[in-house]
Design a protein around this ligand. Structure first.
Ligand SMILES: Cc1cc2nc3c(=O)[nH]c(=O)nc-3n(C[C@H](O)[C@H](O)[C@H](O)COP(=O)(O)OP(=O)(O)OC[C@H]3O[C@@H](n4cnc5c(N)ncnc54)[C@H](O)[C@@H]3O)c2cc1C
Length: 411
C-alpha cells in the first residue's frame, strides 16, 4: 500500500479500563467510498445539474406536451461539453471518463429523463462504439463533429428483432465497392435530431449472427430516410422513430469494426449502455424523491405538514434507501467499467434495480402529492410516466435477469 495514499484518522476508543483515548488509524484514500466524488467529478455533476435546473426545467412541460426538444437547448448541451464526454481533447471532446457520462445522465434525469436519454445515447452508445471500434479515419471524421454539433443514434431494433436482437432482417450487400443497405429499423432514439447513425445489418444471413455488421450512415445518405415517429407514454420529448433503408449506399470505409463482427459491437456497447440507463433511472428516482420531500414539508393537513406523519416519514425513508442502493449499484458498475474490470452482471443488476426503484419512487411521489400528483401542473406525473421505459429499452428486465442468472448459475 502506498503511504502517500493514506491519511491519518482520529479514532475514539475505549480501553479495558473504560477510559476514552484518542488513537490514530490509517484511512486508505486509494479505496474511497463508491459514492465519494472527486473534486472534479463533483464540480462536473453540479454544473450539469445547475444547467438542468436553470435551462431545462422551465421547458420540460412544454417539450413533453409537444413531444419535441427545444433545438436551442440541444445546442447548449454541446456548449456545456456533455455531448462528447469521453472523446479525447485532441478531437474536441472533454477527455473525461465513462463515470462522468453516468454523472451527467443522472444529473439531467433528475430534471428531465427525456433530455437525459439523448445525452446517454450520444455518450454511452454512439461515442463509446466509435472510440472502441472506429477506424482512425472514422474517428478523425466523426468524433470532432459529435463533440461539437452532431447528434448520434444507435439503430439495432427492428419489428421482428427486439429481445432477440440478432434476428435482423435488414440486409447489406456489396455492390460496386460499396455496401447497399435494405430494411427497416424501429424504435430509434434521437432519430429526428441525429446526423450520424450506427446501423446494424446482416451481410450474410446464412451465417446467422456472424453476418451482422455495424455501419455508419449519415443523414442525407441516398436511400435513407427517417420514418414515423412514435407517440409515447413517457420520455415524450425524446424522438423514437422508424428508419428506412431503400438501397442505401454507404462506402466500405463506413463499416464500424469488422465485417461480421457487428454482434460484438452491439453486445459490448449495450452492456455499457445499460449502466447509462441505470443512471437515468437513478436520476429520475432522486428527482421524484426531492419533489416528494419538498411537497410534503409544505402541504398541511390536520393542522400539520404531511411530512410530520410517521407513516409518510417511513415511506420517504424507504424511498431514500432505495435511491441510495440504486446509486451504489450504478456507480459500482460504472467504476468497474472505467477500471477495466468485468461488469456484465453488475450492469444488468444496476439497470433492473434502478428502473424498479424509479417506478416505485415516482409512484410514491404521485401518491404523496395527492390530487396534485395526478395533474400536469406538477412534475411528478411526468416522472411516473417516464419511469416505465427503464424496464424496456436496452434489454427488458426479463433479459437482464437472464444475463444475471447465466452469470451466477454458470448455465
Ligand atoms: C422509447 C424507446 C426507445 C428505444 N430506443 C432504441 C434505440 O435507440 N435503438 C434500438 O436499437 N432500440 C431501441 N428501442 C428498442 C428496445 O430496445 C426494445 O423495445 C426492447 O429491447 C424490447 O424489444 P421488443 O419491443 O421487441 O419486445 P419483445 O422482445 O417482443 O419482448 C416482449 C416481452 O417478452 C419478453 N421476452 C422476450 N424474450 C424473452 C425471453 N427469452 N425470456 C423471457 N422473456 C422474454 C420481454 O421481456 C418483454 O416483456 C427503444 C424502445 C423504446 C420503447
Amino acid at each position: 500500500m502506498d503511504l502517500g495514499d493514506l491519511a491519518m484518522g482520529l479514532i475514539l476508543a475505549r480501553t479495558g479500563a473504560n477510559i476514552l483515548v484518542v488513537t490514530t488509524q490509517h484511512i486508505d484514500l486509494a479505496h474511497p467510498p463508491l459514492t465519494a466524488l472527486s473534486e472534479d467529478e463533483r464540480l462536473f455533476r453540479d454544473s450539469v445539474y445547475e444547467f438542468a435546473t436553470r435551462e431545462v426545467r422551465p421547458l420540460v412541460r412544454e417539450m413533453d406536451e409537444h413531444a419535441k426538444f427545444a433545438r436551442p437547448l440541444l445546442d447548449k448541451l454541446f456548449d456545456l461539453g456533455i455531448m462528447g464526454i469521453e472523446i479525447p481533447e485532441s478531437f474536441g471532446g472533454a477527455g473525461a471518463t465513462f463515470f462522468h457520462s453516468v454523472l451527467a445522465v443522472e444529473a439531467l434525469a433528475r430534471v428531465d429523463p427525456s433530455l437525459s436519454v439523448l445525452v446517454d445515447v450520444q455518450n454511452t452508445l454512439v461515442v463509446n462504439a466509435l472510440l472502441r471500434w472506429g477506424s482512425d479515419d472514422l474517428k478523425r471524421r466523426l468524433l470532432p463533429r459529435l463533440a461539437s454539433n452532431a447528434i448520434g443514434a444507435y439503430a439495432l431494433s427492428e419489428a421482428g428483432s427486439g429481445s432477440d436482437a440478432f434476428a435482423l432482417a435488414t440486409r447489406a450487400a456489396e455492390q460496386g465497392g460499396d455496401w447497399v443497405l435494405t430494411g427497416r429499423k424501429l424504435w430509434i432514439t434521437n432519430a429526428n435530431e441525429a446526423d450520424i447513425f450506427i446501423v446494424f445489418a446482416n451481410v450474410n444471413p446464412d451465417d446467422g449472427y456472424r453476418g451482422i455488421t455495424a455501419f455508419i450512415v449519415e443523414r442525407g445518405a441516398e436511400g435513407f430516410s427517417v420514418g414515423k415517429k412514435e407517440d409515447k407514454l413517457g420520455i415524450r420529448a425524446s424522438s423514437t422513430c422508424e428508419l428506412l433503408f431503400e438501397g442505401c449506399r454507404v462506402p466500405k470505409a463506413s463499416v464500424l469494426g469488422e465485417v461480421g463482427k457487428g454482434y460484438k459491437v452491439a453486445i459490448e456497447t449495450l452492456n455499457e449502455g445499460r449502466i447509462g440507463i441505470g443512471a437515468q433511472m437513478l436520476g429520475l428516482a432522486d428527482g421524484a424523491l426531492a419533489h416528494a420531500i419538498a411537497y410534503t414539508k409544505e402541504r398541511k393537513q390536520f393542522g400539520h405538514a404531511v411530512a410530520e406523519f410517521q407513516a409518510v416519514q417511513h415511506q420517504i425513508a424507504r424511498a431514500a434507501t432505495d435511491v441510495a442502493a440504486a446509486r451504489l449499484l450504478v456507480y459500482n458498475a460504472a467504476r468497474l467499467r472505467d477500471a477495466r474490470q468485468p461488469f456484465l452482471t453488475e450492469a444488468a443488476m444496476c439497470k433492473i434495480f434502478a428502473s424498479e426503484v424509479a417506478e416505485r419512487v415516482a409512484s410514491l411521489a404521485v401518491n404523496l402529492f395527492g390530487g396534485n400528483g395526478f395533474v400536469k401542473d406538477y412534475p411528478v406525473e411526468k416522472l411516473f410516466r417516464d419511469a416505465k421505459i427503464g424496464q424496456i429499452y436496452e434489454g427488458t428486465s426479463n433479459l437482464q435477469l437472464q444475463t444475471i442468472a447465466k452469470q451466477i448459475l454458470g448455465s
